[in-house]
Structures are given as structure tokens and as C-alpha cells.
Ligand binder design. Structure first.
Ligand code: PMV
Length: 315
């Protein structure tokens, strides 16, 4: 018998990093996903076939975190592999890169495949909290935003608190985005730690930046609800400025953001942990999406054309 599970890729549209401190953020699942398959094998323990496509060095750099993550998931699910072990296979349409939810999607897919394989029939909430445990291996102390988007899909308002707040934002129509990959693998845990250090050193400066980030989240929610993409684009640009101020952008990210804007994107910003990884550009309509993607590709960078705001089940 083989168990199977899916986890969606994601793009943080507003307020990565700020979300770690309880500032509201907006995240969307994207139309790419990871599939995990689990089957029983004769030997004890687990082994992995990771068939996902990846940015060069991504898998090598994350290998220890990945092992730790799978062990955490197995422990949280109380799965004993001392007699019969398992083989886990990862596949799907989501390539591995920083900032697109590759780690969260794999945690969710693996948790779902294990639940399916061992007939545990776990709810989405339970899968989400198991994936959160797996994400700790990659992030240190994750906000939980990535695994939430990877589990539930759709466009989500997320606030970290004792009982995380998660509200769906419904769009009439999903909207096109382009993600641009710097090709640099980034370490989210290190990026988060850097922000913490600088925030402690400059409390006044950071207080102001964080207050503006919070304000942007509410304005962005309204703009989504009104499907006012001009306004959303402006807010994304402003959000990128704040991310520059907390020093999580990079030369390559700023370059891709500029390319996207110059090609007509309504807004563009880094997405995810930063210091490498991906940007997200808002490009309503297939023509604009194509134009922005071409401009980025012409400079030798990989892109991903997808949508945000689709409800789950977009396979
Ligand atoms: O680097 P990613 O795509 O895993 O995103 C990390 C998002 C942060 O806000 C920087 C960290 C977190 O746990 O929310």
C-alpha cells in the first residue's frame, strides 16, 4: 500500500519577517505543489527519494535540515519505524528554491502521506500542526505562515498569536503573478536571527517600520477585497522598501524587483526570508505576466508564472 499527500507552494504577499512578531501578513498558495508518497520497506528506519527539481545547491545545503525535519514529523506523529521502515518519495510541480514554500510544502505533503499510509485520517488542522513541527528544522522558530498556506491553500490573512488567526480572503478571480528566482539559496533561520539582532539594537527605528508594516497589511486587505490591483502594487512596493530597511533584501533581489517594475508589473517585492530566494511581481492578465517574465528571463533568471487567490484543489 502507498500513502500519498499534497502540499502547496506559497508566496508571502505582505509582511514576511514582520509576521514573526505578530504583525498581520497576507500569504497565498500558488498553483504549484509537492506530492509525497510513502511505502513500507523491509528494513527499519526511513529512506528518501527526492525527485523534486531544484535550484543548484538547494538540496545539498538543506540536507541536514531535511533529515531533522522528517525525524520531527515522525516523532510528532508517533510513528515507530524500528521494525518496518518506510520509503518516502517527493515529486510534483513545485521546484525547490528559497521563498516559494518548498520546505513547508514538503512537510505538509509528507504529513498527509503518512496520515494516509497509516490510516490516521488526520484533519487539516492536525496536518498543519505536524508540518509546523517539521518546519522548525528549517526556520528555528517559524511563524507558521508557510505551513498554513501549504496546508489550506487559497489567499490567507495570517496573524501569529497563541491561537494563530487565519482568515480567508476571497477573490472573484485569481490574479496572475510572476516569481523571479535569484538562484541564491538562502537560510531563513539566519535571516530571521539577523532581524532580531538589529531590532534589539535599534528599537525606535524598528518600532516605526513595524507600525507601517501593520498599516500596510490592513490597506492591502481592503485593496484585495476591492480587487484594486493598482493600489495593491503600490503597497507591495512600499512593503519591499520596509524589507530593505530591515536589511533582508539583496542586490539580486533589488535588481529583479526593478526589472519587474520596469517591465510594467504593478508592484514587486522580495518574498519569503530574503537575502536570496525569490521576488513576487503583481501582473494581472496573461499579457503583462508574459512581458514581466520575459524581461526577467532575458537577464538569465528563472521565473515561475502562476496565480494567487485560487481556492484549493487547483491541481
Ligand atoms: O523563506 P521562507 O519562504 O520559508 O519564508 C520565511 C518567512 C519568514 O517570515 C521570514 C519567517 C517565518 O517563519 O514567518
Amino acid at each position: 500500500m502507498t500513502g500519498e499527500g499534497i502540499g502547496f507552494g506559497k508566496a508571502i504577499v505582505f509582511n514576511e519577517h514582520f509576521v514573526v512578531y505578530g504583525v498581520p501578513a497576507i500569504v497565498s498558495a500558488i498553483g504549484k505543489y509537492t506530492i509525497a508518497k510513502v511505502k513500507t520497506i523491509d528494513e527499519p528506519g526511513w529512506r528518501l527519494n527526492d525527485n523534486r527539481k531544484a535550484t543548484p545547491n538547494y538540496k545539498e545545503e538543506k540536507i541536514e535540515q531535511q533529515k531533522d525535519s522528517i525525524n520531527r514529523i515522525l516523532k510528532k506523529m508517533d510513528i515507530d519505524l524500528s521494525k518496518n521502515g518506510i520509503e518516502i518519495t517527493l515529486d510534483g510541480t513545485l521546484y525547490c528554491a528559497s521563498g516559494i514554500g518548498a520546505s513547508a510544502a514538503s512537510c505538509v505533503a509528507i504529513a498527509r502521506a503518512l496520515s494516509n499510509h497509516y490510516n490516521m485520517d488526520l484533519s487539516d488542522e492536525e496536518i498543519n500542526s505536524i508540518a509546523y513541527e517539521g518546519e522548525k528544522a528549517y526556520h528555528g522558530n517559524p511563524s507558521g505562515i508557510d505551513n498554513t498556506a501549504s496546508t489550506f491553500g487559497g489567499l490567507i490573512w495570517f496573524e501569529k498569536s497563541e491561537n494563530n488567526i487565519m482568515d480567508r480572503i476571497s477573490l472573484q478571480n485569481p490574479v496572475e503573478i510572476v516569481m523571479g528566482n535569484t538562484g541564491k539559496v538562502a537560510d531563513t533561520a539566519a535571516a530571521v536571527a539577523g532581524v532580531r539582532e538589529r531590532r534589539e539594537k535599534n528599537p525606535e527605528k524598528y518600532k516605526e517600520i513595524f507600525a507601517r508594516a501593520e498599516n500596510i497589511a490592513y490597506l492591502a486587505k481592503d485593496a484585495f477585497q476591492n480587487e484594486d490591483y493598482q493600489e495593491l502594487g503600490k503597497l507591495m512596493n512600499e512593503n519591499h522598501k520596509l524589507l530593505q530597511q530591515i536589511e533582508v533584501s539583496s542586490k539580486e533581489l533589488d535588481f529583479l524587483v526593478k526589472l519587474a517594475r520596469d517591465a510594467g508589473a504593478l508592484g514587486a517585492k522580495l518574498t519569503g526570508g530574503g537575502l536570496g530566494g525569490n521576488i513576487i511581481a503583481l501582473t494581472p492578465g496573461k499579457d503583462l505576466q508574459e512581458r514581466v517574465a520575459n524581461a526577467i528571463e532575458k537577464e538569465g533568471f528563472q521565473t515561475l508564472k502562476t496565480v494567487i487567490g485560487a481556492t484549493r484543489g487547483m491541481r
